[in-house]
Design a protein around this ligand. Structure first.
Ligand code: AKG
Ligand code: FE2
Length: 471
């Protein structure tokens, strides 16, 4: 335990924990040769309907057989919010596709061990004990020379959709790396070089990632890159699963416990809030098919992804009760009343409301108002947090010293400190180039969510402060 750590250090550790996790897992899986066969039929050539072709990937398929497979493909489309549907635009995505009804792959990713390999990396929430991954085959894609797919997210097809799996079949090709990006980090999965390193043995390369992570297929410069893609869902497991607590999660727990033990930190209680790193499937705002009982939390915490899940697990382990909520800022552009931060347990029910003003009113009616406080849970009596920090730096004072702080006034709303800033308004980004999916989602779009951790006040259950500290 770092004895000299300040409140700011602990808060910083929690903040950084949301930025450092890798949102994907990848590998190379050896298979039996006979499991690398693929039957397909051409969806568009009438005379070929009913007649299937077979291609064997185990011995390095010939250029000719791959070209034949490519010519059996249709042009791949993608989803555009601006167009409110699927569009074909080869400036954005140039690739061939075969729909699941028109091909049959011998590969069984569960039997091959691929699902078992990726599950622990994707099922991070401690509520995932008793949960398993279910993979639903989505498409076969062929990326010939000059093919690519620009930056996009994979459209959520249900609120329990967690990730995407791409299996790259063994063909010689160059280019076509999958790049993933989140916050300021970037990762590359280069299937061409991975397969090259194992040429001569029957293997596939695979990558599984949280599907809200932005990804890009770089142009293929030579050969054919053939992929099977799957959507990954969370389902109940048939047998209980175990999970080892990873060290970064333990570090978050330690910092939370240290903060809770300090009687000067949030003495009157309040909330720590985190703008989550991942985005989550939310019902389309105007989708009238959406119904959910009011007492059910909007996002099942078991469905939290990666670093978000880790943070939530740490809070639970520290004895706290984290909750996923949605944040709305209202009255930003000059309507009566000052801007306010409203938090909801459900997306606002907007019904027939179209005007921004009415929407703000609805949100205020349905939500809880919060008052922002500093990282110690207090309101500085003079100046803002930033001004005070600048002054401290100048005078060399430490954070706990000196200037008077007050507890937040109850009538201003519940005190909240944002450890990481919230996502903007709770809307999916829109516009061509803004929100792009791999197809157009009818029911769900990605939205930002926030994790709220309620801090009990000193003396309340769950808040044992250090005995040797003065108060
Ligand atoms: O082929 C890949 O690596 C990814 C393809 C992709 O992003 C998609 O089909 O949505
Ligand atoms: Fe994708």
């Amino acid at each position: 335990m770092p004895g000299m750590w300040t409140t700011a250090d602990h808060i910083d550790l929690l903040r950084r924990s949301l930025k450092t996790a890798v949102p994907y897992t990848s590998g190379v899986q050896a298979l039996r040769k006979e499991d690398l066969g693929l039957f397909y039929r051409s969806a568009q050539l009438e005379e070929e309907k009913g007649a299937a072709r077979y291609i064997d990937f185990s011995e390095g398929p010939s250029e000719e057989s791959l070209a034949q497979l490519a010519s059996a493909c249709q042009k791949a489309t993608f989803g555009s919010e601006a167009a409110e549907g699927d569009v074909l635009d080869e400036e954005y995505r140039k690739a061939g596709k075969i729909d699941v009804k028109d091909f049959s792959a011998r590969l069984d990713i569960a039997a091959a061990g691929i699902l078992d390999a990726i599950a622990p990396e994707l099922l991070v929430s401690q509520d995932m004990k008793g949960k398993a991954l279910r993979a639903e085959m989505y498409k076969l894609n062929v990326y010939g020379p000059g093919s690519f797919f620009k930056a996009h997210k994979d459209t959520p097809r249900g609120d329990n959709m967690l990730g995407s799996l791409v299996v790259v079949l063994p063909t010689r090709h160059e280019g076509g790396a999958l790049t993933l990006s989140q916050n300021e980090s970037k990762w590359v999965f280069d299937s061409a070089s991975q397969l090259q390193a194992h040429s001569g043995s029957s293997v596939v390369a695979y990558v599984a990632f949280f599907s809200d992570v932005t990804h890009t297929v770089e142009p293929v410069t030579a050969g054919y890159r053939v992929t099977l893609t799957y959507n990954l869902f969370v389902t109940p497991a048939s047998a209980p699963t175990t999970r080892i607590t990873p060290p970064p999660e333990l570090a978050c727990e330690t910092s939370l416990r240290a903060l809770l033990a300090d009687p000067k930190w949030f003495p009157k209680g309040g909330h720590l809030a985190f703008g989550l790193t991942h985005q989550y499937p939310m019902p389309r705002p105007y989708a009238n098919s959406y119904s959910r009982s009011r007492n059910q939390s909007f996002i099942d915490t078991a469905l939290l992804k990666g670093c978000d899940a880790r943070l939530r697990n740490a809070a639970v382990r520290a004895g706290l009760q984290p909750q996923v909520r949605l944040m709305y800022r209202i009255r930003e552009d000059g309507y009566a009343g000052s801007p306010a931060l409203i938090v909801m347990d459900d997306p606002v029910e907007i019904g027939d409301v179209y005007e921004e003003f009415d929407m703000d009113f609805e949100i205020q009616e349905q939500g809880t108002i919060f008052k922002e406080v500093n990282e110690r849970g207090r309101v500085p009596s003079k100046g803002t947090d930033t001004e005070r920090a600048a002054k401290r730096q100048k005078t060399g004072e430490d954070e706990a010293a000196a200037e008077p702080e007050e507890d937040a006034r109850e009538e201003d709303g519940e005190p909240v400190y944002w450890v990481t800033p919230p996502g903007e308004k709770n809307e999916a980004e829109s516009g061509y180039g803004g929100y792009m999916g791999n197809d157009y989602g009818q029911g769900f779009v990605y939205g930002h969510a926030e994790l709220f951790v309620r801090i009990p006040k000193v003396g309340e259950e769950g808040r044992e402060v250090s005995a040797d500290d003065d108060q």
